[in-house]
Design a protein around this ligand. Structure first.
Ligand code: URA
Length: 270
């Protein structure tokens, strides 16, 4: 029988809890007490209070890298997003932005895929593991289903532009917190504004709710058109089910198919 605290059992527990990555390169034993100062040395150099005008001690990298307080981070995100004059500039600004704690655990920014000039912009929730590895949205299993859904209405990645509300992978694919979303929203708004699509297709509850401001569940919201106002322009936005949900509930694919046909009809009509 395996010991309850054996490394194997601990790893199994962590994997079941969704921990699938390490944050630092070197393991840190936080239970180990700091090395004791030899008694004679401590006597020879007793700790003295620093003079009032002394410079602060150099901060550790962790302290220097601490993200700004959330309100501050939202403000910085707004200012920085507004300063971008092109999608390329926006991507560079976002890659350098340290206000969202998700950046510290993600491997990279997942900015966009597809054609920024497309008539349709698709917006998901946040990158998963494969997206984090490749830097492209919707490339895992959900993305493969999305490709099939697009093909069914005569589109492919060259006919759409794809991004997420949150561009960094949340650890273990957890749902991003409202605070993380609030910090990232100015960026996706600016990305929509700079791409200037005719239509938005929001996939799943988080993307739909955060862009439309509606709070109903996705099964109520899907199939409905909303106006999402971005920089004083109202963009017709269709809500649909997330492909990851459809992988778990294939019986609901008929509903998504109905939504996609509605999008196709609107594209043909306008
Ligand atoms: N799910 C999303 O919402 N976005 C991705 O990019 C991948 C999976």
């Amino acid at each position: 029988m395996t010991e309850p605290h054996s490394p194997r059992r601990i790893l199994e527990f962590l994997a079941a809890a969704g921990v699938d990555m390490v944050v630092g390169d070197e393991p840190v034993n936080r239970l180990q007490p700091p090395p004791a100062v030899p008694e004679r040395e401590a006597e020879a150099h007793p700790a003295r209070p620093a003079p009032a005008n002394a410079a602060p001690p150099p901060s550790s990298p962790a302290i220097r890298a601490a993200p700004p307080a959330p309100d501050d981070a939202i403000m910085q995100a707004r200012l920085q997003a507004r300063s971008a004059t092109s999608l390329e500039e926006l991507a560079t600004i976002m890659a350098a932005f340290d206000g969202c704690a998700l950046k510290a655990t993600a491997s990279r920014l997942v900015f966009a895929d597809g054609n920024p000039k497309a008539r349709v912009m698709i917006i998901g929730e946040a990158p998963g593991r494969e997206e984090d590895e490749t830097g492209k949205p919707f490339v895992g299993r959900a993305g493969q289903l999305l490709d099939k859904m697009l093909k069914a209405i005569g589109l492919d990645r060259n006919g759409v532009y794809i991004a997420n509300v949150v561009p960094w992978r949340p650890p273990g694919n957890r749902t991003p917190t409202p605070q993380e979303v609030a910090i990232c929203l100015p960026f996706i708004h600016r990305q929509i504004e700079l791409a200037g699509p005719e239509f938005l297709l929001t996939m799943g509850a988080p993307a739909t709710q955060n862009l439309t401001g509606r709070r109903d569940g996705i099964l109520r919201l899907r199939g409905q058109w909303f106006d999402v106002e971005v920089a004083e322009r109202k963009i017709p936005t269709l809500a649909t089910l997330h492909p990851a949900y459809l992988l778990r509930q294939p019986g609901q694919k008929a509903l998504a198919w109905r939504d996609l046909r509605a999008l196709r009809a609107r594209l043909a009509a306008e």
